[in-house]
Design a protein around this ligand. Structure first.
Ligand code: T4K
Length: 378
C-alpha cells in the first residue's frame, strides 16, 4: 500500500461558494457595518433558531467565550465548584477557571464517554454551583439523568455541545436539555463560521443578560451595567455561517456514507470498538472515533503512528486528559484513581479523518492501513 500523495487531515472546513460569499461580502461592505450586531448577525441568529428548531440562540465570536458567558449569565455563587469531565478539549475546564470557579473532575460513562451522572452525584458538595457535561463527539450525555440530578440538588447544568450541532434526542434538539448549551462553529467543526459559537437556552429571560455580557455590559450609549466581555461575532463570520448552513445536510449525508465504510471495514474486529448511536438519537457526524484495546496486537499510539507514515493525520482526541494538564494535575479530583474510565478512554481513543470531500475510496484505504496494523490483513 502506498502513502497518500497529499496529507489527509482529520477534517477540512466546509466552505461556502465564492460567488455567494462575495455577494454577501459586497452587501456588508456597502453597508459599512462590519460588526456590533449588524443585519447579517441578526439574520444568522434567526436562521439558527429556525434550523435547530429552538427558541433562543445568541451567537458569539467563538465557543469558548460563549461558555464563559454562560457561566456568568447564570449568576452562580462566586468561587464555587463546577463538576465536569476530564475527557474534553482544554476550553471546557479553562472557561470554568476564567469565570472565577474551580473545575472538579468526575469520571465518565464507558458506554458514551460522556460525564457519568453517578460520578457527578458522588462529587457534589455544598460548594458545587453547576455541572458542565460535554456531548463528546456528538454522543449525547445522559440528559434525562442530569435533568433529574439538577432538580434534586437545584444545581444548573451547562452543556458543552461543541460537537453536537443538530444532534437530536427523540426528535428534540439536544440543546433543549439543561439551562444552557454551547455550540462551537470553529473551522474544524461540522458546521463553521470560521470561528464562532452560540448559546442556546429555553429561558427567554436570559437573552438580555447574555446580550449584555457579550457586549461589555453596555446598555445604551451612556450606561454600562455589567462586567461584560467582547464576545461579538462580526458580519463576515455571520455571512460565512449563514451560507454554510445551506451545506450542512449534504455534508452530513456524505459523512454518513464514510461512516458506513468505516463501520463495514473496522467494526467487529477484535480489539476495535466503534460507537453506534442509540435508537432515537441522530448523530451530528462531527467525528468518527474508535477505541483500540491495547490487549490487541496494536495500541492506539502505534495505529496513530502507522497512519502518519501513510500521510494520514488522525487525532487522539482527548489525550492527555485535561486533568493531566499543568494547571489541573495537582487537583484532588484530577488523580487517575478518581478517573479510571476516562484514563482508559484517553489511552484508546482515535478519531479518523472524517469530512465529505475525503470520499469513500480514501476512507476504505485508511481502514485497510489500520487493519493491516492490527494484523487483520496480509
Ligand atoms: N469544547 C469542546 C468539547 C471543544 O472540542 C472545543 C473546540 C471547544 C469547547 C471550544 O470551542 P471554540 O472556542 O474552538 O469554538 C481543534 C479546534 O481548534 C477546536 O475548536 C476544537 N474544539 C478541537 C477539538 O480541535 P486542534 O488543535 O486539534 O486544531 P488544528 O489546528 O490542529 O486542526 C485540526 C486539523 O484540521 C488540521 O490538522 C487541519 C484541519 N484544519 C484546521 C483548521 C483550523 C483545516 O483544514 N483548516 C483550518 O482552518 O483544535
Amino acid at each position: 500500500m502506498q502513502p497518500f500523495s497529499e496529507p489527509v487531515y482529520i477534517t477540512k472546513p466546509l466552505l461556502p461558494g465564492k460567488d455567494e460569499l462575495f455577494g454577501l461580502l459586497t452587501q456588508i461592505m456597502d453597508s459599512g457595518q462590519l460588526t456590533n450586531m449588524g443585519a447579517t448577525h441578526a439574520a444568522f441568529e434567526k436562521a439558527l433558531e429556525e434550523y435547530l428548531s429552538v427558541r433562543n440562540v445568541s451567537i458569539f465570536n467563538n465557543g469558548t467565550t460563549a461558555l464563559l458567558v454562560a457561566l456568568r449569565a447564570l449568576a452562580l455563587p462566586e468561587h464555587g465548584e463546577v463538576i465536569t469531565t476530564p475527557f474534553t478539549f482544554a476550553a471546557t475546564p479553562h472557561s470554568i477557571v476564567w469565570a472565577g470557579q474551580t473545575p472538579v473532575f468526575a469520571d465518565i460513562d464507558p458506554a458514551t464517554l460522556t460525564l457519568s451522572v453517578e460520578a457527578v452525584r458522588r462529587a457534589i458538595t455544598p460548594r458545587t454551583v453547576a455541572i458542565m457535561p460535554v456531548h463528546v463527539y456528538g454522543l449525547p450525555c445522559d440528559v434525562q439523568g442530569f435533568e433529574a440530578l439538577s432538580r434534586e440538588y437545584d444545581i444548573p447544568v451547562i452543556y458543552d455541545g461543541a460537537h453536537a450541532f443538530t444532534t437530536q434526542v427523540h426528535g428534540r434538539s439536544i440543546c433543549e436539555w439543561g439551562d444552557v448549551t454551547m455550540l462551537s462553529f470553529h473551522a474544524t467543526k461540522l458546521f463553521n463560521s470560521i470561528e464562532g459559537g452560540a448559546l442556546v437556552y429555553n429561558d427567554p429571560a436570559l437573552r438580555d443578560k447574555i446580550y449584555d455580557l457579550r457586549n461589555f455590559g453596555i446598555r445604551g450609549e451612556f450606561s454600562v451595567q455589567d462586567v461584560g466581555i467582547n464576545g461579538k461575532m462580526n458580519e463576515l463570520q455571520a455571512a460565512f455561517g449563514l451560507l454554510n448552513l445551506d451545506l450542512v445536510k449534504d455534508e452530513q449525508e456524505r459523512r454518513k456514507r464514510l461512516a458506513t465504510v468505516y463501520y463495514e471495514e473496522l467494526c467487529g474486529l477484535e480489539g476495535v470498538r466503534c460507537f453506534v448511536f442509540p435508537d432515537g438519537v441522530t448523530s451530528s457526524y462531527q467525528y468518527f472515533p474508535l477505541l483500540l484495546d491495547p490487549q490487541n496486537a496494536a495500541t492506539c499510539e502505534t495505529v496513530y503512528q502507522r497512519l502518519r507514515a501513510f500521510n494520514v493525520y488522525a487525532r487522539r482526541y482527548f489525550f492527555p486528559l485535561c486533568s493531566e494538564y499543568d494547571p489541573y494535575r495537582g487537583f484532588a479530583s484530577a488523580q487517575a484513581a478518581n478517573l479510571p474510565v476516562a484514563s482508559r478512554a484517553a489511552e484508546q481513543a482515535l478519531c479518523l479523518p472524517f469530512y465529505g470531500e475525503l470520499g469513500e475510496d480514501a476512507a476504505r484505504r485508511i481502514a485497510r492501513i489500520i487493519k493491516r496494523e492490527l494484523g487483520c490483513l496480509a
